[in-house]
Design a protein around this ligand. Structure first.
Ligand code: CUA
Length: 353
């Protein structure tokens, strides 16, 4: 008898404890969310913004999180309170008071949620407007054309006459307007710490902008399923100080280096005589293909194969030996190169700083 009477109380206690644990977990999760614009972590998080575009998104997320947390605590608190306050007392066998309808309560629980939804709608609309508006007021701006390919990103700097891939290099503190398009299917350009997901369509230019507050490497990921290697279609934005950026521009504008050592020279001959030139451009040589990434300064990049592999000798060899084995459905075919050809080509590519 005693045991059965205690059961509702025990349940209420369990519920309260569960609520406490959930609130604690929520607070632990909120901690990093509330941290403002900081140093890029290894795992990119949209909640650790590194520029004003992503800060606007993180800001609206934090406000929604706080509103949702208040609603959660109030609603669950009322449930726990009711369970404890109106539980059946010991030896009380009478029927509880029978009520039907309460106009005041019904009006309240209709109007309050409606007001909350309207608030969220207005906040989201304001944030969308911030992200959509070309920040014309900013004194310093530049434009980069971002073109999605299966499965890598191409970056063209029309004002600077630079074409590169995989690493998007930008100066800190400057608004960088991104004109997004695609050479094949729909991709989505997403650098969590710098911008919200923005689709890149074929035959249509989409717009977004980024700005990095501090130098660093900000990792990104194609966010629209675009084929078997969608997950391998990565991106990195490298923000340099304005001085370092100017130096990078000068280096990129130069024609490709001429190889000095014998192995690299042999690699250059193989490249210029082979199928490579049908797809790749190396400025200052006969290679003027436009299908694959521009290789003029490939050795200056941090990664290859659409950001999948770090740019090392071993990885270059692995890639050249059989690209589709590394990255499923890669457009670059297996050219059945001999290992000596692969070594020579790798030596040449590593001179293209
Ligand atoms: Cu490109 Cu997914």
């Amino acid at each position: 008898m005693n045991g059965s009477l205690r059961t509702p109380i025990r349940r209420a206690w369990l519920l309260s404890c569960a609520l406490l644990v959930m609130t604690a977990l929520l607070l632990v999760a909120v901690g990093p969310a509330l941290a403002q614009e900081g140093v890029p972590p290894q795992q990119p998080s949209a909640l650790a913004p590194a520029g004003p575009n992503s800060a606007a998104i993180a800001n609206v997320f934090n406000i929604v999180l706080v509103i949702a947390a208040v609603v959660f605590v109030v609603v669950e608190g009322l449930i726990v309170f009711s369970a404890l306050r109106f539980r059946r007392k010991a030896k009380d066998t009478s029927e509880p008071v029978q009520v039907h309808g309460n106009t005041k309560a019904e009006i309240a629980w209709t109007i309050v949620p409606a007001l909350i939804v309207v608030t969220l709608f207005v906040l989201a609309l304001q944030t969308l407007q911030t992200l959509d508006t070309k920040p014309a007021a900013a004194a310093e701006q530049m434009t980069v054309k971002v073109i999605g390919h299966r499965f890598w990103w191409e970056y063209q700097y029309p004002d600077l006459k630079i074409t590169t891939a995989t690493d998007l290099v930008i100066p800190t503190g400057k608004v960088v307007n991104l004109e997004l398009s695609s050479g094949d299917v729909i991709h989505s350009f997403w650098i969590p710490q710098l911008n919200g997901k923005t689709d890149a369509f074929p035959n249509h230019v989409n717009f977004t902008w980024i700005q990095a507050n501090t130098p660093g490497a900000y990792l990104g990921q194609c966010a629209e399923l675009c084929g078997p290697s969608h997950a391998n279609m990565r991106a990195v934005v490298i923000a340099k100080t304005p001085e370092e950026f100017d130096q990078w521009v000068k280096d990129q504008q130069a024609s490709a280096a001429q190889p000095a050592d014998a192995l690299a020279q042999q690699g250059q001959q193989i490249l210029l005589a082979g199928a490579c030139i049908g797809c790749h451009t190396i400025e200052g040589t006969a290679a003027q293909g436009k299908v694959g990434p521009n290789l003029t300064h490939i050795a200056s990049r941090t990664s290859i194969a659409g950001g999948m592999l770090t740019n090392t000798e071993g990885n270059l060899k692995r890639w050249l030996t059989n690209p589709p084995a590394v990255k499923p459905d890669a457009v670059m075919p297996n050219l059945n190169l001999t290992q000596s050809d692969v070594s020579a080509l790798t030596a040449y590519l590593q001179t293209l700083k």
